[in-house]
Design a protein around this ligand. Structure first.
Ligand code: XMP
Length: 516
């Protein structure tokens, strides 16, 4: 992808947990920002000519030989550098300071004493300010030429700087919201230290990306697997604005979508919608149901749905013939996740944005690969995509197939669709804020109930609502009891085949967010 802005901040990734947040915070200040691995060569960095460089946190100790590092030359490029946590220790270590194991680790909210209020980094920051610490090592002595600009009772160098060389370092994490004035500090780095002008807006990203795609694709043809999710929808609209009818979107309706979802996608991308694209909806419901018949094991269901999806898509692609480009809605967290690859497989994720190379195409285009989820949503709004598509919750590729415990049948799909629609409607109506994801799942449990004067022996619906910032961990949300009561009463009254509603109070870990 063409780099959409000349003025940019480069984040070098040393493996910390909050790296994605740093880039996002910088972009929130209207400065374009990209995250790259710490191994990025000096030559490449010079070529990119960033206005500033941020070194992220990381899990290691700088003095271990296998630890991630960078060239000391990085600090001599004349480009301002801000080291955060591990990045700050690395700066100290490589420039001749001393890094040691701290006598006590600091973890969590910590009061930091600013020693140099005139520091450009601490412009408009209080003398005592609460910051988020998470470290076992610390800078015991700053390198020559550096001034200590903040400390804590444990940490003699909570921040340091060499103003003349434009090198800054903070032991804490300004990017996390627990650092009360972290936003101000990052803003100060970007504007006061790096001298950025802050002209970047999502609108510029959108316009420049469209122009870049137009140039790249030329007269070529592109194919996009559309799931109706936020990422593939935004990618498809960007492409349609760039190349119009040269794009074909294939939407595989596997019959495991939420209530009315298939029609909603068609209303936007189909022939009566606002976009000038070729749209193919494949109603493959029966095929999927047939293949899932009698299958109860969740991983097997995932595999079957994934495989069948590919088969259907492939058949459609063959009808279209060779295309030049395959469009994928990959976003930045996907790039990072696929790069890690050494954690245990809990579930095999199927993502309709991520198809293997079985389709005849020359190149993959991923117009969103540098954006975070909420930025993709902002881009979507910028492009005029309807709000209900833009603000959609995450929805797994295998859809309701994995929100039905046990075997999948048409009847069960209908039950979970109806219950889920009621649940979402009531939660939305009640205006509950701060939920990361909420949905209904169908347990495989049937139990006795009484309705009217008769005995029932029906299914139990499980409601789930979680709060999460990264979907790696989550807490069960404390939904207002009135909302749960209303939803329960509506579900048992309106959805045939359900006589009990349960609320899942489990966090992740030990459970997962999906209920499968
Ligand atoms: P879990 O259940 O693993 O879910 O805690 C974490 C997040 O990932 C979503 N998820 C998926 N997304 N394809 C996807 O695109 C999948 O196969 C898939 N499985 C889970 C889940 O909805 C949650 O947001």
């Amino acid at each position: 992808m063409n780099r959409p802005a000349k003025e940019m901040i480069l984040v070098l990734d040393f493996g910390g947990q909050y790296n994605q947040l740093i880039a996002r915070r910088v972009r929130e200040e209207h400065v374009y920002c990209e995250v790259h691995p710490h191994t990025l060569s000096l030559e490449k960095i010079r070529e990119m000519a960033p206005k500033g460089i941020i070194l992220t946190g990381g899990p290691n100790s700088v003095y271990k030989s296998e630890s991630a590092t960078c060239s000391p030359e990085l600090f001599k490029l004349g480009i301002p550098v801000l080291g955060i946590c591990y990045g700050s220790q690395l700066m100290a270590h490589l420039l001749g300071g001393k890094v040691d194991t701290a006598p006590t680790s600091e973890y969590g909210k910590t009061e930091v004493q600013v020693d140099k209020s005139a520091s450009k980094l601490f412009h408009e920051v209080e003398g005592t300010t609460v910051c988020w610490m998470s470290h076992t090592d610390y800078i015991a002595a700053a390198p020559a030429g550096f001034e200590v600009t903040a400390h804590t009772p444990v940490c003699p160098v909570a921040a340091m700087e060499n103003e003349a060389e434009k090198l800054y370092a903070v032991q804490f994490h300004p990017e996390v919201m627990h650092t009360v004035q972290g936003k101000v500090m990052l803003k100060n780095f970007v504007y006061e230290v790096c001298g950025c002008s802050g002209s970047w807006q999502m609108g510029s990203f959108v316009q420049e990306t469209i122009a870049g795609l137009k140039e790249k694709i030329g007269a070529g043809r592109a194919l996009c697997a559309l799931s109706g999710g936020v990422d593939s929808s935004v990618a498809a609209v960007l492409m349609s604005k760039a190349i119009g009818k040269q794009l074909t979107c294939v939407f595989v309706d596997h019959g495991l979508l939420r209530k009315d979802e298939g029609d909603q996608v068609e209303a936007v991308f189909g022939p009566n919608g606002p976009y000038d694209v070729n749209f193919i909806r494949v109603n493959a419901r029966d095929r999927f149901y047939a293949r899932l018949k009698g299958v109860t094991e969740p991983e097997e269901k995932r595999k079957i749905i994934g495989e069948e999806f590919i088969r259907v898509f492939e058949e459609e692609a063959k009808k279209i013939g060779t295309v030049d480009f395959l469009v994928q809605g990959t976003i930045y967290p996907d790039v990072i996740e696929s790069g890690l690859g050494n954690s245990a497989t809990i579930k095999s994720h199927h993502n309709v944005g991520g198809l293997p190379d079985y389709v005849d195409f020359k190149e993959i285009v991923e117009p969103l690969r540098l954006l975070f989820k909420d930025e993709v949503r902002t881009a979507g709004r910028e492009l005029g995509i309807p709000e209900y598509l833009v603000s959609r919750q995450p929805f797994p590729g295998p859809g309701l197939g994995i929100r039905i415990i046990g075997d999948v049948t048409e009847e069960k799909v209908k039950i979970v669709q109806e219950a889920d629609a009621i649940y979402r409607e009531e939660v939305d109506k009640a205006g509950v804020k701060g939920l990361g994801q909420y949905f209904a799942a169908l347990t495989n449990m049937r139990s006795v109930g009484v309705m009217g004067d008769g005995r029932t022996y029906d299914y139990a619906i499980a409601l789930r609502a979680v709060m999460t910032s990264d979907f790696m961990t989550a807490e069960s949300a404390q939904l207002p009891w009135e909302v749960l009561q209303k939803v329960t009463s509506r579900i048992v009254n309106e959805v045939k085949g359900v006589n009990r509603v349960l609320y899942d109070c489990t966090g992740k870990p030990p459970a997962t967010i999906e209920f499968e």
